[in-house]
Design a protein around this ligand. Structure first.
Ligand code: HEM
Length: 447
């Protein structure tokens, strides 16, 4: 079985579950029914045991869907730490062996070396990533992001129709993160392929561990070795010719009193590249879909642009791009909602379900721009870990929505062209979104 769309669509597709016993969040086709599944799970089995699906042989995985449970887990890194050791960075044994053989073993171990505990995790974020992609660090990129967004819109604004994913939602975050890192923009066709390899197991992997078949894993690891060689070349180039970009910064910065080794830099750059691309693509796509479906919201946003940030938070809450992650382990025997969970179990946290938990907010399936705490969703998870790139992503989304409001009028879903199919895996990504629109009439200067 190959890890691609055709093979997945050729498999029997899951139907919408009618009872909790029929829920399988990881089956091919299940992604079209996730939100129905979450309702069943929250009502009847908010702590769902998946026997034998933990990391260690004989251990189990548990899927959590309630807001309070997931929040408590993330807030307690002693009882619920992230996974350490081989495979802890979302890789596989085959991947790690190929990296070792190809001279990139130190990239695989960088996470455990640089951030063995929550204190160093904090230091890593504050020293290495926040100045570039954190909430205030990202602000320096405002003009650059706006220019990329407008350049992309220029390509199709006169056509009246666009396939939004390939023409805007995917290339915008890619151009932004490439510029921040300092990758030459002409390399984007190549880095796009590597980025697809980075997320492949989260899209075409199976079960809560996102496992791929061995031959796919091998091919993918080889593609990622090529990406690491490319990053290494970029590091060498920045050492020779320093520029004002994140890779140059990483070659100069001190972390715990020492400069970073090249393997450490590659690991940070890879993290920015995987995080900085697809997730924001999915968010931008959902936002465009919501705008096309809700002309009354477009009107409200046009009348008061300060509401754009509320719109972005609601879109993030309703359509969390990263629906769930198998991101925490259980350090000691514990209990959640009366379910006994042994030490060594794996927890799969469904952020997207938590975001629509009726205990989080009133009418959780509705978009409302006047919620009291619009950012109180778990789409980026929360501290002490949480997503280090949330600031950059939020800024990109706010700018993109404003550019769309500035330039696009009468936005609609293009008739007869959308099947609204999502890719499988653990992320909510529409393959395509066809939009029809008119161009905002530019003001003609008087006199
Ligand atoms: C809508 C966009 C995004 C979403 C939904 C998202 C979501 C997440 C989530 C849920 C996590 C896991 C946190 C945890 O385990 O507690 C995460 C981690 C991460 N994100 Fe994001 N993210 C987004 C954008 C970005 C961007 C733009 C970047 C970088 C520029 C980024 C970089 C990362 C990295 C490096 C990690 C791993 C942190 C670690 O190892 O602890 N993400 N993200």
């Amino acid at each position: 079985m190959a890890a691609n769309r055709e093979d997945f669509e050729a498999m029997p597709q899951a139907a919408c579950p009618m009872s909790v016993g029929e829920v399988d969040l990881f089956a091919p086709g299940a992604q079209e029914h996730w939100y129905d599944s979450y309702k069943l799970l929250q009502a009847e089995e908010p702590v769902l045991r998946l026997p034998g699906q933990g990391y260690e042989p004989g251990s189990d995985a548990y899927v959590l869907t309630k807001y309070e449970d997931i929040r408590k887990v993330v807030r307690d890194p002693d009882l619920f730490p992230t996974r350490q050791g081989p495979g802890s960075s979302g890789t596989s044994k085959i991947h790690d062996e190929i990296f070792e053989d190809e001279g990139f073993g130190d990239v695989v171990t960088a996470r455990d070396r640089l951030r063995p505990d929550i204190e160093t995790h904090k230091l890593h974020r504050e020293t290495l990533t926040e100045p570039w992609v954190g909430a205030s660090g990202a602000l320096q990129h405002r003009d650059m992001i706006t220019a990329h967004a407008n350049r992309l819109v220029d390509n199709w604004i006169d056509k009246g129709e666009v396939e939004f994913v390939t023409e805007f939602a995917a290339p915008l975050p890619q151009a932004v993160i490439s510029t921040i890192l300092g990758f030459p923009l002409e390399d984007m066709p190549m880095t796009k392929k590597w980025e697809e390899a980075q997320v492949r197991r989260f899209v075409y992997g199976f079960g809560p561990k996102s496992q791929m078949e061995d031959p796919d894993e091998e091919d993918n690891a080889k593609a990622l070795v090529a990406f690491n060689r490319y990053i290494q070349e970029q590091i060498d180039e920045k050492r020779r010719n320093p520029k004002d970009d994140m890779i140059t910064f990483l070659t100069e910065v001190e972390y715990q009193g020492e400069p970073l080794a090249d393997g450490d830099i590659i690991s940070v750059v890879s993290g920015m590249h995987i995080g900085g691309n697809e997730t924001t693509q999915y968010a931008l796509t959902s936002e465009a879909m919501l705008l096309a479906e809700h002309p009354e919201i477009v009107e409200e946003l046009r009348a008061d642009r300060s509401k754009v940030r509320f719109f972005v938070e609601e879109a993030l809450r309703l359509y969390a791009p990263t629906q769930g992650l198998s991101g925490r382990m259980v350090a000691r025997d514990t209990e959640i909602r009366g379910v006994k969970i042994p030490a060594g179990s794996l927890l799969h946290l469904r952020w997207a379900a938590a975001n629509r938990d009726p205990e989080l907010c009133e009418a959780p399936d509705e978009i409302r721009l006047d919620r009291k705490s619009p950012g109180k969703h778990l789409t980026f998870s929360i501290r002490p870990r949480g997503c280090p790139g949330a600031g950059l992503s939020r800024l990109e989304q706010n700018i993109a929505v404003n550019v769309m409001l500035d330039r696009i009028d009468e936005l609609k879903l293009a008739r007869g062209k959308n099947d609204f199919k999502h890719q499988p895996g653990i992320m909510l990504g529409l393959y395509e979104l066809h939009l029809a629109f008119t161009k905002v009439r530019e003001a003609v200067p008087v006199g």
